[in-house]
Design a protein around this ligand. Structure first.
Ligand code: CA
Ligand code: CA
Ligand code: CA
Ligand code: CA
Length: 225
């Protein structure tokens, strides 16, 4: 003899709707998070602003002539990441590794409405990177005053000696800017930071929700006796 302990139909449907809504909200939050510069991001490794995991858009502002904003990003898996910067001025981006060595400096590779957007695509390894934003003509300078990676440099990863100390910038334009991050590598990542994929916790929640939905819809037979 078996006993039917499945939920009443109406409750099941509401449960399924609720679960689907929750899963959608979870995916949306995992895929499109914005970080807004808090106060002013510094220009040194020590004063860079840390961008939390899951962020795909950074909104910042240059509020003084010569300002540069440095962001600290951590990736937990290898991925091809494209950083794209746009503003009403002339965006520049420079990417540094965790030690402050230059990797790539770009001025106008991003195209955009004025042809001045900046863009860098880099295959990151798990670990920390620093991304600098500034307007027209920024250059990374080491403690011996050597300019070692500027917006016109392109690939500067060959120099493993110079470490970022400060920036030179001869631009006086100010105003807001936006940096978007996109990850070419698909698939779930373990504790992914700054990537458009759910984290391990989020995958676990999604799995739990799927089970609940299946259970609510009566797809999983209850134990019979
Ligand atoms: Ca700033
Ligand atoms: Ca700054
Ligand atoms: Ca530019
Ligand atoms: Ca330029």
């Amino acid at each position: 003899m078996s006993r039917d302990v499945s939920y009443p139909g109406k409750f099941s449907r509401w449960m399924a709707v609720l679960v689907c809504w929750g899963a959608t909200a979870l995916f949306a939050s995992a895929q499109a998070q914005t970080y807004t510069e808090s106060g002013d991001a510094g220009q040194t490794l020590a004063t860079a602003q840390t961008v939390p995991g899951g962020v795909t858009t950074i909104n910042g502002t240059l509020n003084a002539a010569g300002d540069v904003d440095l962001y600290k990003l951590t990736f937990s898996t290898a991925a091809s990441v494209t950083f794209h910067a746009t503003s009403a001025s002339d965006p520049n981006l420079i990417l540094f590794d965790s030690a402050g060595h230059g990797l790539w400096g770009d001025d106008d590779a991003g195209g955009g409405p004025n042809g001045l957007d900046s863009q860098i695509t880099w295959t990151v390894a798990p670990g920390t990177y620093y991304l600098a934003y500034g307007n027209n003509n920024i250059e990374g300078v080491d403690s011996a005053s050597n300019v070692f990676c500027g917006n016109d440099t392109g690939n500067c990863s060959g120099n493993t000696t110079s470490v970022l100390d400060h920036f030179d910038s001869d631009d006086s334009s100010t105003g807001p800017y936006t940096i978007t991050l996109s990850v070419a590598t698909a698939g779930p990542a373990a504790g992914a930071n700054v990537q458009a994929v759910p984290t391990v916790g989020e995958w676990a929640m999604l799995g739990l929700m799927a089970l609940l939905a299946a259970s609510a819809l009566g797809r999983i037979p209850r134990r019979q006796r």
